[in-house]
Design a protein around this ligand. Structure first.
Ligand SMILES: [Zn+2]
Length: 206
């Protein structure tokens, strides 16, 4: 697992180099006529602020950034890199009193058991995790009724999502269904698309 805190603070070139291993699970290093390939399968997690000062959208503190500064900050993450994140979640700041009144969610052990069961389902079905599904196998495992397939196609076209995003949406939707131990349905597709839209307005198109 690779966790990059303050994602936009990393050199753009460093971030772009991550694209290949994220896609292939391998990294190729070329040094003077020699090329070496190393295994590099990892899960990428990243965190960032909404703007350079960190207070954009904050309920009680004012953001000091200009719109140009916000745009420049967000554009540090390229569209193609952003495209490789399956889940994007905006975490707003909560006033202390609201935080204290939140109902306590599932215990970590309960969530862990659910995840372990979902992974076991994947291994039993296809001998690998959903994240590793490719091509025909992905289509087979994520087979959709005709109506659902055309619905998803329309949705992706409307949101202008890439072909890569389409396959990633399918894998996430299949995983959401596995967590509930149910068949793949429209709700899972919508949820998976929603997770990609978590940071609409981020990323540049270069
Ligand atoms: Zn700001």
């Amino acid at each position: 697992m690779l966790f990059l805190d303050e994602l936009p603070e990393f050199d753009r070139k460093v971030l772009e180099v991550l694209r290949e291993p994220l896609e292939t699970g391998e990294i190729h290093i070329s040094r003077a006529a020699r090329q070496v390939t190393f295994p590099a399968r990892f899960q990428l997690l990243a965190a960032m602020n909404p703007c350079p000062c960190g207070y954009l959208g904050h309920g009680r503190r004012a953001c000091r950034c200009t719109p140009e500064q916000v745009m420049r900050y967000r554009a540090k993450i390229s569209g193609p890199l952003l495209d490789r994140f399956d889940l994007m979640v905006e975490v707003g700041s909560l006033p202390l009193e609201e935080l204290q009144q939140l109902p306590s969610g599932d215990a970590t052990a309960t969530v862990r058991a659910r995840v372990v069961a979902a992974r076991e389902r994947q291994w039993q079905r296809q001998g690998r995790s959903n994240a590793e599904l490719q091509g025909a196998e992905l289509d087979e495992v994520c087979a959709l009724p005709e109506a659902e397939r055309s619905y998803l196609n329309q949705l992706l076209e409307k949101l202008a999502l890439s072909a890569r995003a389409y396959h990633r949406v399918l894998r996430v939707a299949r995983t959401l269904a596995d967590l509930q131990d149910t068949a793949l349905a429209r709700t899972h597709l919508l949820q998976a698309v929603q997770f990609r839209r978590g940071l609409a307005g981020f990323g540049s198109n270069e």
